[in-house]
Ligand binder design. Structure first.
Ligand code: SF4
Length: 509
């Protein structure tokens, strides 16, 4: 298989070139934009053709990467057509997202290269940071158990140092901010917007409940131009308000309208459970948010049970998960919606990204206490950043931690063995493997639920059972669709397989 750097170069480079070379002309000159978009799509199919001729890649993975790239191009085209980006945001997209993140023309390319020379591994490409646990809402079942009363947070100095070091040591230019509610973060009288403004050579995305995006916040976001909010929703009004509080859905819609008018791009963050999976992936829901509300992107997460076995009941069932895989690719292919399903789209990013993955564009997660975990959904930590800094260490020492290294080895072995990327996740899909790594390296659970999960044998048995069930469903798709034989003359994206009989058969068992 190709490595992630090649993937970025082949699949996303044309998109980045479009942005970097054409600049604001795209907005002003529709025929030129249409011509470039057409050329860009042609280039993507040329690339698919080359991969087929080389014959050493996985056909279904190439399909997915091409379809995903096409959806991004069409999304950008639609957004520019509808004037969803202000001039300031367009400039940021050219200077940071296109040149630094995709083309790697900036200084960050040399830094990442230096890391590779020194370690033999690819540097992490982004970070997820939850600087504060405080939140203005109290949602039922909040994974962070956040609330108004808590004051747990990273100091401004540490938060700033993490970002600065990630830039200097790894060449990172993309930071995802979570929480708590990121807009509730305050330290030394400063907030997240101040941090984004200070690091104006980086692009930030924050997961937000959306209720604090008022006129003043919108003005600041428009002025900064390098911070995009992703609004968290559970589904339509009834479901969102039931979990998040009365009136929250309408506040999100009002926030979207403000941002749209100000030219600030935004997305959605959707957590799928067995109760809402069909709702959030329905055509009606997606059409409403992409077409009427101007959403640019969506991240779909599956409810991740951590704790006692009873928490497994909310997960989308294995059959629902396969349906979600199919439906999400239908939406990407047929409607060109830029959406990513964290557990179902491992094919796009070369598998699991946790622990600063060497195989894909890896990352680390740092929470309000300074706990460094492989991933937001894997609450086991061998190191605390506050303590590491007190010992005179840096993020490079964090990267070297044996628990993280063992995960990177696992990812590499999985990739080299053509492992099924429909189930790429060590904690969700290969829980027994993760338990072995935890037993060897003894990382600290980040909270009580994570500790309980290690002690509850029924929880472990439930996760293993889920893994086996999904393995039996998804391996058929992996073998027959992804690893299918294609001839060098086959230059098209393969049709999605019909999964209805597979699901019926599994349900009968
Ligand atoms: S551990 Fe799972 S959720 Fe986290 S990055 Fe890897 S695949 Fe995704």
């Amino acid at each position: 298989m190709r490595d992630s750097a090649q993937t970025i170069n082949t699949t996303f480079k044309p998109i980045a070139n479009l942005l970097a070379q054409s600049g604001p002309q795209l907005i002003q000159n529709k025929p030129l934009r249409k011509m470039i978009v057409k050329r860009l799509k042609k280039q993507m199919f040329e690339d698919l053709k080359t991969k087929r001729q080389e014959g050493n890649t996985v056909p279904g993975v190439d399909d997915d990467k091409t379809a995903f790239g096409l959806a991004i191009v069409n999304t950008l085209d639609r957004a520019i057509e509808n004037r969803y980006f202000s001039d300031k945001v367009m400039r940021t997209l050219f200077d940071i997202v296109a040149k630094d993140l995709f083309l790697k023309q900036g200084e960050n390319r040399n830094i990442a290269e230096q890391f590779r020379i020194e370690t033999g591994s690819n540097a992490p490409t982004f970070m997820v940071i939850s600087p504060g646990k405080a939140c203005n809402l109290q949602c039922t079942g909040c994974y962070a158990n956040a609330g108004i009363m808590t004051n747990e947070k990273l100091s401004w100095e540490i938060f700033d140092r993490i970002i600065t070091e990630a830039k200097i040591l790894w060449g990172v230019r993309f930071f995802v901010i979570s929480g708590g509610e990121p807009m509730a973060y305050r330290s030394e009288g400063k907030d997240l917007f101040d941090m984004a403004e200070k690091h104006n050579d980086c692009f930030f995305m924050m997961y937000t409940n959306g209720t604090l995006i008022n006129e003043k916040a919108t003005e600041r976001l428009a002025k900064i131009g390098n911070l995009s909010p992703a609004f968290s929703l559970e589904g339509w009004r009834e479901r969102t308000d039931a979990r998040r509080g009365k009136g929250v859905f309408d506040k999100v819609i009002a926030g979207m309208e403000r941002l749209r008018k100000a030219g600030v791009p935004y997305g959605m963050s959707l957590t799928a459970t067995c109760e809402n999976a069909e709702e959030i992936l329905s055509d009606e829901f997606m059409d409403y948010f992409y077409k009427e509300q101007g959403v640019i992107y969506s991240w779909i997460f599956h409810y991740m049970p951590i704790g006692r076995s009873v928490s497994l009941n909310l997960m989308p069932t294995p059959q629902q998960r396969l349906w979600m895989w199919h439906k999400s690719w239908e939406l990407i292919r047929e409607k060109s919606y830029f959406l990513a399903d964290f557990w179902n789209h491992g094919t796009v990013c070369d598998g699991c990204l946790s622990a600063g993955s060497d195989t894909g564009g890896g990352y680390f997660y740092i929470d309000w206490n300074g706990t460094v975990s492989p991933c937001v959904f894997m609450p086991y930590s061998p190191v605390n950043i506050n303590e590491a800094y007190q010992r005179g260490q840096t993020l490079n020492d964090v990267w070297k931690e044996p628990f993280f290294a063992s995960l990177r080895d696992w990812q590499k072995t999985y990739k080299d063995g053509n492992g099924n990327w429909l189930m790429p996740c060590p904690i969700r899909d290969h829980h027994a493997d993760l338990r072995k790594m935890i037993a060897v390296h003894q990382p600290e659970p980040s909270d009580e639920s994570a500790r309980e999960a290690l002690l509850d044998l029924d929880y472990a048995a439930g996760m293993d059972h889920y893994d086996r069930e999904y393995q039996s469903l998804s391996s058929v798709i992996w073998q027959e669709h992804y690893l299918r034989e294609v001839g060098p003359a086959d230059h098209s994206i393969g049709d999605l397989p019909d999964i209805s009989r597979l699901i019926e058969k599994q349900e009968a068992i």
